[in-house]
Design a protein around this ligand. Structure first.
Ligand code: GUN
Length: 276
């Protein structure tokens, strides 16, 4: 079997187009504040892509780049100013933050109704209990990619490799909401292939290049690769060995062009929802 490649770029473009229409029709003026501390090159690329996507759909966005040595107190002050500003509907603090800043303590200060990343304790709690509509962007994008395949999820065995707050934990909850049986694994699960071979749906988000190979999956699996790893030659690759796994899977996402564009489209969607 050769997999159908799920085109995240095209699906994300469709979401952006719909959002642009909605903003115009409902006469919305959504606005997003993005905060980056330091000059991590990957984060800089991400926030540039986010601000470009905002522009495309007519979301106003302001990016605040603070020096690497900014204190935690000053980052919190900025977040609190956005909380109070009625013109700001969404706040995004790009992660990772420099080591001297406690990420949790900063995230906790974001007003839950402006938390377009869905990472505050209140929004994570709502996700756990099955409520709320500000869910984390990457997991939201992963679910839309799975749904685009038309594969029925009820009763299927979903395996999630990775247990981060940003992806692994929330995606597991969203899959469970769709009536999957979910097994959460991580880089220390032993033997990992003993689990991954059981997957009808496999979501991988551990940040290990080509960790998942063809012998670790069963025929006909739906594979969503969240990993973005830069190889020594400068090229990008996922956590899945795309070339070999695509010969066994029914559906697979590429890297780049799979989950990445969906994360940004879902951020825009959350920003529009936060503005209404
Ligand atoms: N860094 C990598 N992915 C994300 C994301 O979805 N949100 C934020 N805030 N930072 C990130």
């Amino acid at each position: 079997m050769t997999a159908k490649v799920i085109d995240g770029k095209a699906i994300a473009a469709g979401i952006r187009q719909e959002l642009k229409k909605r903003i115009e029709k409902e006469r919305l003026s959504p606005s997003l504040a993005v905060v980056l501390v330091g000059d991590d090159p990957a984060s800089k690329v991400y926030i540039r892509m986010k601000s470009r996507a905002c522009e495309e759909v007519d979301i106003h966005s302001d990016t605040f780049i603070l020096p690497e040595d900014t204190t935690q107190e000053d980052v919190i002050k900025l977040v609190e100013a956005f909380n109070k500003d009625p013109k700001v509907h969404g706040i995004l603090v790009q992660l990772p933050l420099p080591e001297h800043i406690n990420e949790r303590e900063v995230i906790e200060k974001i007003a839950p109704e402006k938390d377009v990343d869905g990472l505050t304790p209140e929004n994570m709690g709502k996700l756990l209990s099955g409520e709320g509509n500000l869910t984390p962007c990457t997991p939201r994008g992963v679910m839309k990619l799975i749904e685009s395949t038309g594969v029925e999820l009820e009763g299927k065995h979903a395996i999630v490799v990775g247990r981060s707050n940003l992806v692994g934990k929330p995606v597991s909850l969203l899959l469970q909401r769709k009536h999957c049986t979910v097994t959460m694994c991580h880089s220390r699960s032993k033997p990992l292939e003993g689990y991954t071979k059981q997957a009808d749906v496999l979501v991988v988000a551990v940040g290990r290049p080509k960790l998942i190979t063809a012998d670790m999956v069963k025929e006909g699996v739906v594979v969503i690769d969240v990993g973005v790893n830069r190889l020594e030659d400068g090229s990008l690759c996922g956590d899945v060995d795309f070339e070999s796994v695509k010969e066994r899977a029914a559906f697979i996402t590429p890297v780049p062009g799979g989950v990445g564009p969906m994360t940004i489209a879902c951020l825009l969607e959350n920003t529009v929802n936060a503005s209404t």
